[in-house]
Design a binder for this molecule. Structure first.
Ligand SMILES: Nc1nc2c(ncn2[C@@H]2O[C@H](COP(=O)(O)OP(=O)(O)O)[C@@H](O)[C@H]2O)c(=O)[nH]1
Ligand SMILES: [Mg+2]
Length: 242
């Protein structure tokens, strides 16, 4: 069995994706972990899938060594659904999900995987020492938003929005009956996933991540739209539960 599956949801990341896969290769090949990288692309019009196919010589959307696997989805698009798809198709004992715009540092992966010996869930966090964001305005907004989330749910998770996490497959699939109620929408799925993990008494560790500015491409997050959508999702979760 493969040790680690790294799931990379992409939408219009043509200029980032191969650099990130190469960076993951550098970090993981320095360890004795076996790994696969799963790109879950929602039919990006910018040619993200073609870039991956060309760079890694994919045959039927797999690299000859089986290390890079591409899934192109055409229906039921959206970030949370893409992540669920990747989690369900991944073959690794440990599953890692991260953004593909270098917000999340692949150098953290080996240690996050290692800490799963002691924790059920390891997440990247901007709000622990040495975590942060180059974009100061978004940093302050996110910090405030996390205070809001904590005050509603009485959890002690500092970053409910990072979307960078590592989990053992067998632990995650204990929650499978709740997947339909967790994995929909955009980054709000992460708030729901964390709440379920917290209420299941999982031991959760936050390791620092520092978001550098995007190198290429554009953020899909329109600030006010996301603010509105997340607030609706959080209030619904507070009132009606999962
Ligand atoms: N598969 C898939 N990936 C998406 C979608 N929307 C965003 N992403 C990916 O999710 C990650 C986070 O998106 P990003 O635009 O960087 O959001 P931000 O970090 O909040 O600015 C990136 O890897 C995107 O390519 C989507 O609809 N489908
Ligand atoms: Mg981003």
């Amino acid at each position: 069995m493969t040790d680690v599956s790294i799931i990379l949801p992409t939408y219009n990341e043509r200029d980032n994706i191969c650099d990130l896969i190469d960076a993951i290769d550098r970090e993981l090949s320095a360890t004795d972990l076996s790994y696969e990288v799963l790109i879950v692309d929602d039919s990006s019009p910018d040619g993200t899938a073609e870039a991956v196919r060309a760079r890694y010589g994919l045959i039927e959307d797999r690299s000859p060594d089986g290390r890079v696997i591409l899934y192109v989805r055409t229906t039921d698009k959206g970030l949370a659904k893409a992540i669920r798809y990747g989690l369900e198709y991944a073959g690794g004992r440990t599953l890692v999900v991260m953004d593909t715009d270098f917000n999340h540092d692949p150098a953290m992966i080996p240690q996050m995987v290692d800490f799963l010996r002691y924790y059920e869930l390891v997440i990247g966090s901007r709000f622990v020492m040495r975590g942060g964001m180059e974009d100061h305005t978004r940093y302050r907004m996110s910090l405030l938003y996390n205070v809001f989330i904590r005050s509603l749910f009485h959890t002690q998770i500092q970053d409910n929005l990072s979307g960078f996490f590592a989990v053992r497959r067998d632990n995650l699939f204990q929650l499978q009956s709740k997947f339909d109620r967790i994995f929909y929408g955009y980054g709000d799925y992460f708030i729901r996933l964390l709440l379920v993990a917290w209420r299941s008494d999982w031991k959760i560790l936050e390791v620092p991540v520092f978001y550098i500015l995007r190198r290429h491409g554009e953020s899909k997050t329109g600030f006010w739209k996301i603010f509105r959508d997340y607030t609706a999702a959080v209030i619904k979760l507070r009132i009606f539960g999962l």
